[in-house]
Design a protein around this ligand. Structure first.
Ligand SMILES: [Zn+2]
Length: 290
């Protein structure tokens, strides 16, 4: 289960991620397109009493930038309202101190709308209003609005139940011809993986051993973290700056991995470019206390 054989990185990995991405996009795009085109009737049938075809419906509101956590935003944070018929949403309405605060969308698609949280918003369950005046349901769960100083500086990378596996999962564990350069964190496939710190994306690639992986340079430090075996290619882009807690991807077992887990590496200096890996376990344990 723990034989995560991960060793050296050849330089020639440029073609693989492109091919992987094309396949991924093809798989993802087709069902999305057919869903978008064909659910007017199904929606009316499914949503029972609410059944106005084309009326915006909300299933969740998730913070994506400048977040304390997934459902704890800050003034100025970007949040994504998830649901359907949201390409008709013009405004997102947040709770305010004395009255509701209405904000025009930044980006919208069939299944999501992005907006910036206004400075006067308070905890509540947002809803959207369409161009023709239709009001959606309220978000099923509350979105909390907290001060920017509450944004965590460091968070544990796996957001769900996990364990550190057996001896073979440890840093320095024997492998044929080399030693294990990270710590494996065992968790169910599909568990969210987030950036531990505010960081800049250095690599987002695929490798036959590492699977889908990203390497992030921690801003303000001389350290880099690698996150490997992701279920699917990360949506992050090289050069992008992410906050602590930002979604990187999901636990998977791509590449040479036996069992779902995150392979986590902690490097002093540049990953595979003159730096050296250290045992991440004490640091990971310190994050659990937070
Ligand atoms: Zn590993």
């Amino acid at each position: 289960m723990l034989r995560t054989e991960f060793f050296r990185f050849p330089e020639r990995t440029a073609i693989v991620p492109v091919a992987a991405l094309v396949v991924f996009l093809a798989v993802v795009a087709l069902p999305t397109a057919s869903t978008a085109a064909g659910t007017a009737g199904a929606s009316a049938a499914k949503s029972g009493g609410l059944g106005v075809p084309g009326k915006p419906e909300i299933t969740d509101v998730v913070c994506v930038e400048q977040c304390v956590s997934a459902r704890k935003a800050t003034p100025g944070a970007t949040v994504e309202v998830v649901g359907r018929y949201l390409n008709r949403a013009r405004h997102v309405v947040f709770a305010g101190k004395s009255r509701d605060v209405r904000v025009r969308y930044r980006q919208r698609k069939f299944n999501r709308v992005r907006v910036v949280v206004p400075g006067t918003a308070v905890d509540g369950r947002p809803f959207v209003v369409s161009s023709s005046g239709f009001r959606s349901n309220r978000a099923p769960r509350e979105l909390e609005i907290l001060p920017v100083r509450m944004i965590p500086r460091e968070v544990f990378p796996v957001r769900g139940s996990f364990n550190y596996g057996s001896s073979g999962a440890k840093f320095g564990a024997g492998r044929t011809g080399y030693s294990h350069q990270g710590q494996d964190i065992m968790a169910s496939c599909g568990t969210r993986i987030v950036s531990v710190r505010k960081a800049k994306v250095v690599y987002r690639k695929y490798h036959s051993a590492a699977g889908n992986y990203v390497v992030l340079r921690n801003l303000g430090t001389n350290t880099q973290f690698a996150y490997m075996h992701l279920l699917k290619p990360s949506k992050l882009r090289p050069g992008q700056v992410v906050d602590a807690g930002r979604l990187i991807g999901y636990v998977g077992q791509t590449g040479r991995a036996y069992g779902c887990h995150l392979h986590f590496e902690y490097w002093i200096g540049s990953w595979q470019r003159g730096g050296r890996p250290i045992n991440p376990l004490p640091y990971l344990r310190s994050l659990q206390k937070g």
